[in-house]
Design a protein around this ligand. Structure first.
Ligand SMILES: [Zn+2]
Length: 624
């Protein structure tokens, strides 16, 4: 039976996991009950962005942004509540009533997905059966790709004709164009198939839907060697990793991932037993790729397995610095010999480089030596720093000139300087000095000089004006927030009653806070626990991001009151109300004084003022 819109929204909210959602955009690290990361809404280098799965909320202590999974998506995508719901419904395969979305974009996307699936089936049929594809079959045989592998990875063949796919699918060509399968003819009517006479490799999203194709040339003169799908409504190459759908379980299980370069490297690796292998498709690794990996791989053990040629080495360097950038805010990155470190598994991530000595790419290596030999190399793969040092020092000729040696050392110094731990650094200095036959003390001094020079030229860090929302504009509001936050710790019914009466006696001037207080009053007794209360509040204020902010503020504020004993809680409530009262009276007094000075017109006014002030002062004295 079809759900109503509201039921569908409930179901989506129930299934959305805030940690999962945030991880689509932010690299997170578990820290106690929370996950921490660098805020996507303001620039920061150290993480002040916190996500709590159990309570279903996120909160940035830097810029104050906060809310639930849906408000996160609204904010980061710049979309409305309804649009976010539509999108998530699609992701989850939940059908929304026609009047609520299932809109144009959704229909287009679905049509494109359907047509991609049919195209993949057609390409595969061609590869296995078409006489035209004989040479493609021969080619795969030479690469030791069996029929079983063809079926597992959905490999196919696109016919040479200009409209083979169009003729077969007999569908609206606009849909084919949307999916990136057809191209409009420039000066004539009609469309031509994008992929012709090529080996077709389907690229799937996280959920196993075909969203793009990589198409390999099979004949001489066919350019380019790889023709990839353009970015479409289904596909964004900087988000998708090839082989991820078949690797994700292994990535999670092994808590590690191997990143290689090409489609066939990935296939050979996965077939050869390296089940956690993925590749970026015709593009350099991006932050989005890293986030996708981080979501599945908690300890972020990342193996880089690019080609050993120059381009591959550059890709290794570039990827490593990208990974360091992505995880740098979360703590140390394990990139040098671990045996000296004491922090155990506290690393933000670990980078190793797999490059078998024979200098072959993974596909070639596995074809010649088998998957097990590759796994052996992988298990012994050096950490990033060791790999880099080895590579640099490996270039050293026996008859190296003094100037050449100086240049080599200049490349090594920044690597050594990066090592934070002095003892580890010293060990590396010793090794390098011995291997290069230079003075150890000299090398250390050079490292120090390099560091100093760097510190001098480092630009002053731009301090952001942090507007911490938790810091209320005034004292009373702050105290009132403290009181309200007590609703988010588990307290006895009698305490909750007392709290409600205290709140009701408060004059809450902040409009949003007042509305929230009233709603908490209403919902507090309808919820069995704080989680239910939070959910009910977020439902109530679905579209009010300001109040959602306040809710998250209160939830995080409540952390300081957790584990209070009954009497401590009583004291906290009493103290807070007392402080509010005291502050309010002082403020009134101040106001009176200001008013009197500006508006004393006659004697009776003056007398009246004195009486009021004296009364106030008396009660203050009595209190103190
Ligand atoms: Zn922030």
């Amino acid at each position: 039976m079809a759900m109503t819109y509201q039921e569908a929204v409930e179901e989506i909210k129930r299934r959305l996991d805030v940690v999962d959602v945030v991880q689509r955009y932010v690299v997170l690290k578990k820290s106690g009950a929370n996950y921490m990361g660098c805020c996507p809404f303001h620039k920061e280098k150290t993480p002040s962005f916190s996500v709590n799965r159990q309570k279903g909320i996120f909160k940035c202590f830097g810029c104050g942004e906060g809310g639930d999974a849906i408000s996160f998506l609204m904010k980061i995508q710049g979309r409305s509540f309804k649009e976010v719901i539509e999108d998530e419904a699609k992701n989850m395969g939940i059908e929304l009533p026609v009047t609520h979305g299932g809109g144009d974009f959704g229909k287009k996307k679905q049509a494109a997905l359907d047509v991609m699936k049919k195209a993949a089936e057609f390409f595969q049929y061609n590869l296995l059966n078409s006489p035209e594809a004989e040479f493609a079959r021969e080619y795969l045989k030479k690469r030791s790709i069996t029929d079983e592998v063809i079926k597992t990875y959905g490999l196919g063949y696109s016919l040479k004709s200009f409209d083979g796919l169009q003729q077969h699918l007999m569908t609206d060509n606009q849909i084919l164009e949307n999916a990136g399968l057809a191209i409009k003819r420039e000066n004539q009517k009609g469309y031509i198939d994008r992929f012709r006479g090529r080996l077709m490799i389907p690229v799937k999203d996280e959920n196993g839907h075909v969203v793009a194709f990589g198409a390999r040339a099979l004949e001489d003169g066919q350019n380019p060697k790889y023709l990839n799908s353009p970015d479409t409504i289904l596909y964004n190459k900087s988000h998708i990793l090839y082989g991820f759908d078949t690797a994700k379980d292994a990535i999670r299980e092994l808590d590690s991932v191997l990143i290689c370069e090409g489609y066939f490297d990935t296939i050979s690796l996965q077939v050869g037993g390296v089940k956690n292998a993925v590749a970026s498709c015709g593009t350099a690794l991006t932050q989005d790729h890293i986030r996708l990996i981080a979501k599945y791989c908690e300890s972020r053990k990342i193996y880089l397995a690019f080609d050993t040629d120059n381009a591959g080495q550059m890709a290794t360097e570039r990827s490593a610095s990208l990974i360091k950038e992505a995880f740098g805010g979360l703590g140390d990155i394990k990139q040098f010999d671990s045996c000296y470190a004491t922090t155990g598994d506290q690393y933000a991530c670990e980078i190793r480089v797999v490059s078998p000595p024979q200098g072959k790419d993974p596909d070639e290596f596995i074809r010649e030596n088998g998957g097990n030999a590759y796994i052996e190399h992988m298990l012994n793969a050096p950490l990033l720093l060791d790999y880099r040092l080895d590579r640099l020092m490996g270039q050293m000729k026996n008859d190296i000139s003094p100037l050449e040696k100086n240049n080599l050392v200049a490349k090594i110094i920044p690597l050594l300087e990066e090592i934070g731990n002095n003892i580890v650094q010293n060990e590396y200095v010793k090794r390098v000095a011995t291997r290069l036959q230079i003075d150890e003390g000299l090398l250390l001094r050079e490292i120090k000089a390099f560091r100093q020079k760097n510190e001098q030229i480092e630009e002053p860090v731009f301090e952001e004006k942090s507007q911490i929302v938790t810091k209320s504009s005034n004292f009373i509001e702050k105290m009132q927030k403290n009181l309200l936050s007590l609703f988010f710790i588990s307290v006895s019914d009698s305490n909750r009653l007392q709290l409600i009466s205290i709140i009701q006696s408060q004059k809450i001037e902040n409009k949003n806070l007042n509305l929230l207080a009233q709603t908490i009053d209403k919902l507090a007794f309808m919820s069995n626990n704080t989680e239910e209360l939070i959910q009910a509040l977020f439902n109530e204020f679905e579209n009010n991001s300001e109040i959602k902010h306040i809710i998250t503020d209160l939830i995080y504020l409540s952390k300081c009151y957790e584990n209070l004993t009954e009497s401590e809680l009583q004291m906290a409530m009493a103290e807070t109300t007392e402080k509010v009262e005291l502050f309010r009276r002082k403020e009134e007094l101040k106001q009176l004084r200001i008013q009197s000075r500006s508006s004393v017109k006659n004697d009776s006014d003056e007398v009246q003022y004195q009486i009021t002030v004296n009364e106030k002062l008396k009660s203050e004295n009595w209190r103190n």
